[in-house]
Design a protein around this ligand. Structure first.
Ligand code: ZN
Length: 687
C-alpha cells in the first residue's frame, strides 16, 4: 500500500469516511493467542509463519521492483500455489503473467537534428539549419530511436477524420518521408467545429497524430506548436499580467494610506510586493507571442509500440522560415485558411530534408503477476472469483519509504507478506473443497503495487479470463496485525449480498468486523472496482511500522492471519457455490464513521496514482458515477490546475477542494498524454 499520508489524503479526497482505526497508530503488541483448536489449524499457522519468514528474509531484498528478490518471491509463490493444489500451467506452462515495466527514459548523448534545404541562390550551397537540443527541439517521450535522412512533407495536423470530412493525408504521399505536423487541430475557437467544438478531440492527441503518419508510411514526425495555442497562452498571460498589475497598484495605494506603518507592516507590505513582482517577472517571457516553450522530454507517455518512428517537437519559429520559403505563405496563414475552409493544405516541402538521430535510453524491467487456478466443473465454471494480494514491497527503501534516506531492506511483513500467505492458505482450503464449486477461483499475486497498482492494472488490461465472467474481487493487503479481533473490510457496499454474507460467516472465527461501504482506495481492488466489479478489501489497520524497515515478521499475529484465511475461504466458497452472483452497486456509500477532524469537503471522485511522479495530481481512476467521471476525467490524467490555482500534488488539490462546497462548479485543467484538457466539474456532497 502506498505511503500513509498519501493514503489518508486519498481517502479524504475520495470523501470517504476514515474508520476510527486511523485515530491513532497502534503500538506493536504481542499477537493475541487465540489457540488453534485443531491440528489442521496448527498446520495452517505453521505454514503461515514459514511463508512470512521466507518472504521477509534478507535474501528477498524487500521484494523491491527490479531486485532478484522479487523474482525469488514469484518463484516461491508459484510453488506454493502448486503445492496447495492450484493449476499453475497457465502461461506457457508456468503461473507467470510477464510484462515489461518501463522505469523511465532519458536522452542519450547522440541526439542531433538539422533541416537542409535547397540553395538560396542557384549554384549556391544547400541551406543548413542546425537545431539545438533542448532549445530549438527535443525528442518526445513517445519517440522511437534511430537515424534518419528524409525528404520533408508538410502534413497539416496529421489528422484523418472521416466524420468531419477532413483528411490531411488525402492525395499526399508520405511513404519513407518525414512529416512536419501542427499541434492540436483546426477550428479550435469554433464551438460548432466538428473537432469537439471548443474541447480537444481525440484527433489532437500526439499518439494519434504519430500513429496516423506511421500508418501512411512516414518514417519520422516533427511537430511544432500551433498558432491558436500560442495565442491563447499569450492572451491568458496578458490577462494575468494585468490582474497582477492591478493587485500591485491596489496594494501600493492601500499602504500609502497608512499614516505611520509599523516595521512589521512595512515588512509584510514589502514581502507582498516582492511576491507580486516575482509573479510578474515569471510572466514576462510569456507575454511575447513567440513564447513557445519546449515540452520537457520526461513528462510524456512512453511509446505506444516498441519500434516507434522518431518523433520530435520543435519551436514554431524554427520551421516558420522554411515553410514560408517552400510554400510561399507562413504557417499562420495556412492555419487560418484551414480553419476557414476546413480543407487540408498538405504539401511536400520541395528540396527540404530532415536529417538527424534520436537517442533515448529506456530503462525497463520484466515483472510478473503470479496466477493460480482452482477450476470448477460445470456450466458456470468460467465464472470466477479473483482472490488477490500484492507480493512486492519497497526493496531497499527510497521511493514510498517513510524512512527514505536509509538504504536498508524493508521486509514488508504486514505489507504484504501477510496478504500473500493468507491468500495461499485460503487457496489451499478452497482447493480442498472445489468439488462443490459451480464457479472457479483465480488466485493472483500482483506485482508492482507499490509503484501504483501496476500489476493489477496490467491484469485488468490483459485478463486470463474475460472480466465480464468475474463476479467479485477480494483483495488482501495488510492482514497481519489483527488486534482485539477487529478486522476492517472495505467495499462492503459494492454488492447487495456482501454485508449479510460477512455477518453470517465472521462469527465462528470471533472476528469483529468494521465494515466500510466505499471501495476506492490505494490497493489492488481499485482497478477492479473501477471496472464496476464488486470488491472487498481485507485490512487489519495501519501501524507505526508501516513502510518502515521495522515492519518485521515477529510483529505479525499469525493466529489472526489463520482466522482471516478461514473467513476468506468461507466467503469465496459462498460466492463459488451461490445460486446468484453478487449484485453490483455503483457508488458505494457511507457506511463509514464520521470524518476525523470534521469539515464539509465536497466529493470529486478521483483515485490518486501514487506510482507516478509528475508535476500535478496524477489519477489512476475515477469513481463510477462521480463528478470526475461526468466531467470526462480518465485514468492516467494529470490535473495541473483547479480554477486559477496551479496543482502540483495530491495535497494541492485537497487544499483547493477544501475551499469549495458541494454543488459548486469548478474548472479543472488536466494533461492527457501531452495535450491539455479543460473541463467544468460540479462538485457533489460526500456520501
Ligand atoms: Zn500493500
Amino acid at each position: 500500500m502506498p505511503a500513509l499520508r498519501m493514503v489518508a489524503a486519498a481517502w479524504m479526497l475520495l470523501g470517504l469516511a476514515v474508520p476510527g482505526i486511523w485515530a491513532g497508530q497502534q503500538p506493536p503488541v504481542p499477537p493475541q493467542a487465540t489457540p488453534a483448536s485443531s491440528i489442521a489449524e496448527q498446520e495452517i499457522e505453521r505454514r503461515l509463519a514459514e511463508m512470512v519468514q521466507y518472504l521477509t528474509s534478507e535474501q528477498l531484498e524487500g521484494r523491491g521492483v527490479g531486485t532478484k528478490g522479487l523474482d525469488l518471491a514469484a518463484e516461491y509463490i508459484g510453488q506454493q500455489f502448486a503445492q496447495a493444489g492450484l493449476k499453475t500451467k497457465l502461461y506457457q506452462d508456468a503461473p507467470f503473467q510477464k510484462f515489461v515495466l518501463s522505469r523511465g527514459a532519458k536522452l542519450g548523448t547522440e541526439n542531433r537534428l538539422r533541416l537542409v534545404g535547397p540553395p538560396a541562390k542557384p549554384g549556391g550551397r544547400p541551406q543548413v539549419l542546425e537545431l539545438r537540443l533542448g532549445e530549438d527541439y527535443t525528442p518526445m517521450s513517445l519517440s522511437g530511436t534511430g537515424e534518419f535522412d528524409l525528404p520533408l512533407v508538410f502534413a497539416g495536423y496529421s489528422i484523418s477524420a472521416p466524420e468531419a470530412n477532413y483528411d490531411d493525408y488525402a492525395d499526399l504521399n508520405v511513404r519513407d518521408k518525414a512529416v512536419l505536423v501542427l499541434r492540436h487541430e483546426p477550428q479550435q475557437a469554433n464551438p460548432q467545429s466538428p473537432f469537439a467544438g471548443l474541447q480537444y478531440s481525440e484527433h489532437a492527441q500526439f499518439s494519434r497524430k504519430v500513429a496516423n503518419a506511421r500508418q501512411r508510411g512516414a518514417k519520422a514526425v516533427l511537430i511544432c506548436s500551433d498558432w491558436f495555442d500560442l495565442e491563447k497562452a499569450t492572451t491568458e498571460a496578458r490577462k494575468k499580467w494585468y490582474e497582477l498589475q492591478g493587485q500591485l497598484a491596489q496594494l501600493q495605494e492601500e499602504f500609502k494610506k497608512k499614516a505611520s506603518p509599523t516595521a512589521e507592516e512595512r515588512q509584510a507590505h514589502q514581502q507582498q510586493v516582492q511576491a507580486l513582482q516575482r509573479q510578474l517577472a515569471e510572466l514576462q517571457p510569456k507575454l511575447q507571442p513567440e513564447y513557445d516553450p519546449l515540452m520537457p522530454f520526461e513528462t510524456g507517455p512512453p511509446p505506444v509500440q516498441k519500434d516507434e518512428i522518431p518523433v520530435l517537437y520543435c519551436r514554431r519559429a524554427v520551421v516558420e522560415p522554411m515553410v514560408e520559403l517552400a510554400l510561399g505563405k507562413d504557417l499562420a496563414t495556412i492555419e487560418a485558411e484551414i480553419d476557414k475552409t476546413l480543407k487540408p493544405q498538405s504539401r511536400p516541402l520541395e528540396g527540404w530534408r530532415l536529417i538527424g538521430r534520436v537517442d533515448i535510453q529506456r530503462q525497463s524491467v520484466e515483472v510478473k503477476n503470479v496466477v493460480g487456478l482452482i477450476e470448477a466443473q460445470g456450466p458456470l465454471a468460467r465464472q470466477h472469483i479473483i482472490l488477490g494480494a500484492h507480493y512486492d514491497h519497497l526493496g531497499y527503501g527510497g521511493l514510498g519509504s517513510l524512512q527514505p534516506f536509509r538504504r536498508v531492506v524493508h521486509p514488508g511483513a504486514d505489507d504484504n507478506a501477510s496478504g500473500v500467505a493468507v491468500m495461499v492458505e485460503a487457496a489451499r482450503l478452497l482447493a480442498a473443497r472445489k468439488d462443490k464449486f459451480k464457479r472457479s477461483v483465480l488466485c493472483i499475486a500482483f506485482t508492482a503495487e507499490e509503484r501504483g497498482l501496476v500489476g493489477s492494472r496490467h491484469y485488468i488490461q490483459n485478463p486470463l479470463w474475460p472480466l465480464d465472467q468475474c463476479i467479485a474481487m477480494i483483495n488482501l493487503d495488510m492482514v497481519g496485525r489483527l488486534q482485539n479481533d477487529r478486522l476492517t473490510i472495505m467495499g462492503v457496499g459494492t454488492a447487495k449480498q456482501f454485508e449479510p454474507l460477512l455477518d453470517r460467516l465472521a462469527g465462528p472465527y470471533g472476528l469483529v468486523l468494521r465494515k466500510v461501504g466505499a471501495a476506492a482506495g490505494p490497493s489492488d481492488h481499485t482497478p477492479f472496482y473501477l471496472r464496476r466489479l464488486p470488491v472487498l478489501h481485507f485490512f487489519t489497520g495501519i501501524h507505526g511500522d508501516y513502510h518502515r524497515p521495522t515492519d518485521t515478521a515477529d510483529k505479525l499475529n499469525i493466529a489472526g492471519m489463520r482466522r482471516i484465511a478461514q473467513l476468506v475461504a468461507d466467503v469465496v466458497e459462498a460466492l463459488a457455490t451461490a445460486a446468484e452472483v453478487p449484485e453490483y452497486v455503483a457508488s458505494a456509500g457511507g457506511m463509514g464513521l464520521p470524518l476525523i477532524g470534521g469539515g464539509n469537503r465536497p466529493f470529486l471522485g478521483t483515485v490518486p496514482d501514487f506510482g507516478r511522479q509528475a508535476d500535478g495530481y496524477a489519477i489512476a481512476g475515477v469513481v463510477p458515477g462521480s463528478p470526475a467521471e461526468k466531467a470526462g476525467l480518465q485514468p492516467g490524467d494529470l490535473i495541473v490546475q483547479f480554477n486559477d490555482q496551479p496543482i502540483k500534488s495530491l495535497a494541492d488539490i485537497e487544499a483547493a477542494l477544501r475551499k469549495h462546497k458541494p454543488g459548486e462548479k469548478v474548472r479543472l485543467r488536466a494533461r492527457r498524454g501531452s495535450e491539455l484538457l479543460e473541463m467544468e466539474v460540479t462538485l457533489a456532497p460526500r456520501n
